[in-house]
Design a protein around this ligand. Structure first.
Ligand SMILES: [Zn+2]
Length: 274
């Protein structure tokens, strides 16, 4: 019933959005996604559920998921026909170079907190699952953040280390020059420390616009991640990829199950992607 109500709500919202965009003229040329409204066929369409974590520890804040909950969430994915992929498989799949597995999931961490190394990494290793960590390069090695040695060990253990910029300043607040420096310097530092290219970026606080997305592309990144709620699929802007944030709540596992199962409904029914 809830599902049906949500679908109806979305249809109404999309109809309203469609009228707006047509009246506005800007979006008229872009076809709206054509998945069915049941939610079921969307689940079978090629898409990636990109999970966004921050801290994995016992701090009583929404951005901290406990290690026990984190482990339970990963086991839930494994037991429910989800396929955890790494960020290169994500890119190859969304760009059509390789086939995505059914119900693909990409696990991402923002900010590079120390607990990602001490708490999350051992659980990922134990279950043999890949993940991606977006680090703020000026913060690496500071109190409560991972060190470059941690990251080198994680990289060997299946964790992709990518950029969350140099200083975590909101990119929408910066001049083009300062913004370009954030993109360039963080990429360069990761290359120097880990001898690998940082091909992917997560926008600090999720703030971006299409001008910024263009500069990210010009800086040599292959894709960039927002905090827009939804699944990533063939309609996604590669420089504004949707994610699903995972929070600590009153009932973290229940929230987790709801978040990951309702996402196809939200992203498949003409939700505008830009
Ligand atoms: Zn951040």
């Amino acid at each position: 019933m809830l599902r049906f109500a949500a679908a109806v709500l979305i249809v109404v919202l999309c109809a309203a959005a469609g009228m707006f965009f047509l009246a506005n003229g800007e979006k008229a040329a872009r076809p709206v996604a054509t998945y069915s409204y049941s939610g079921e066929s969307v689940k079978n369409a090629p898409h990636v559920l990109v999970l966004n974590y921050h801290k994995v520890d016992e701090t009583p804040i929404s951005l901290s998921v406990s290690p026990a909950d984190f482990a339970a969430q990963l086991r839930y994915l494994l037991e429910n026909d989800f396929n955890v992929i790494n960020i290169n498989q994500f890119y190859d799949g969304l760009t059509g170079q390789k086939e995505l597995p059914k119900n693909a999931v990409l696990i991402t961490f923002d900010d590079g907190y120390k607990d990602n190394y001490t708490n999350a990494f051992p659980i990922l290793r134990q279950l043999n699952l890949p993940a991606t960590i977006f680090v703020i390069t000026d913060f690496v090695g500071q109190k409560n953040y991972v060190t470059w040695d941690d990251l080198r060990e994680m990289a060997v253990g299946g964790i992709s280390v990518e950029s969350h910029t140099k200083t975590h300043n909101s990119l929408t607040d910066l001049t083009d020059e300062a913004l370009k420096e954030e993109l360039r310097a963080s990429k360069e530092r990761i290359k120097k420390e880990l001898a690998k290219d940082a091909d992917f970026l997560a926008y600090p606080t999720g703030a971006y616009n299409l001008h910024i997305a263009g500069l990210v592309k010009d800086a040599g990144y292959k894709a960039a991640f927002t905090v827009k709620y939804g699944n990533a699929d063939g309609d996604s802007n590669l420089y504004a990829v949707e994610r699903v944030p995972i929070f600590h709540t009153e009932d973290t596992m229940k929230s987790f199950r709801e978040r990951i199962s309702y996402t196809p409904l939200f992203s498949g029914n003409g939700w505008e992607k830009n």
